[in-house]
Design a protein around this ligand. Structure first.
Ligand code: HEM
Length: 220
């Protein structure tokens, strides 16, 4: 049964101001980082802190975008789907800032040095692969690309977000392996495993049932 709070939440999510609010919230980590750089609050090694913080926020945004569909289905709130594309583009945005900070502060924008680093450190190669996939998904995230590719092919391509999640954890794990520090990696690995595992469970449940009207719109 749909309670008054259900209608209230849906109305709130469908409000014209909802998207700008979510956009503003997703920009807050960047504003905080810019403030920390300006006030010299990033500690003894600001370049490293900046690269790592941007990596952390890329991963958090990825977790958030992958949580949209489970939250939508479990709470029966279809309006949540409105924010998925924007959040997905924010994953790409933070990943590109992370890459830019690395290319600038660690590599001095030296292409040959970056190419050498990719072949020398496997975690950089894995990060680059995840970044490349994110670029493909961002470039094909618009309505025109969906129309051009056709829904089924587009959906198939965008399932690469699951591979990106695995690459992101591998990247993080490999980076921390040198320091033998896996606590945070384990937290994100469990979270992403739960978000991907839910999809497998949900798909199996759906197969057992006759198709529901909202099934065709099931996304990531
Ligand atoms: C686009 C290519 C990428 C490059 C070149 C790259 C490079 C790096 C570098 C240099 C570090 C810091 C290593 C250190 O301080 O020793 C790092 C850390 C990290 N990266 Fe990436 N990365 C990339 C993509 C990604 C992506 C796509 C994600 C997540 C979806 C990600 C998540 C992280 C995380 C979580 C950390 C660790 C932060 C911490 O220690 O708190 N990276 N990456």
């Amino acid at each position: 049964m749909r309670t008054p709070s259900y209608f209230f939440v849906n109305k709130l999510l469908m409000h014209p101001a909802a998207k700008p609010v979510v956009f503003g919230l997703a920009l807050l980590p960047l504003c905080w980082l810019v403030g920390a750089v300006a006030t010299d609050a990033l500690g003894a090694n600001p370049a490293e802190a900046l690269i790592r913080s941007l990596g952390d926020w890329t991963l958090r945004m990825l977790c958030l975008v992958l949580a949209v569909t489970p939250a939508r289905v479990m709470t029966g709130t279809p309006a949540l789907a409105r924010f998925r594309r924007m959040l997905g583009l924010f994953v790409f945005f933070y990943a590109m800032l992370h890459l830019l900070a690395y290319a600038w502060f660690d590599m001095g924008f030296d292409g040959a040095e970056i190419a050498r680093d990719v072949t020398k450190r496997p975690f950089i190669l894995v990060g680059m692969l995840a970044g490349l996939w994110l670029l493909v998904l961002a470039a094909t995230s618009f309505n025109r690309a969906i129309r051009w590719m056709g829904g089924p092919r587009w959906r198939m391509l965008h399932r690469a977000v699951y591979a990106i999640a695995v690459l992101a954890i591998l990247h993080f794990y490999w980076m921390r392996a040198g320091k033998n520090d896996f606590a945070e990696v384990a937290v994100y690995a469990v979270l992403l495993a739960a978000l991907l595992g839910w999809r497998v469970w949900h798909r199996l449940q759906q197969r057992r049932k006759p198709p529901a009207p909202d099934r065709a719109s099931d996304g990531h």
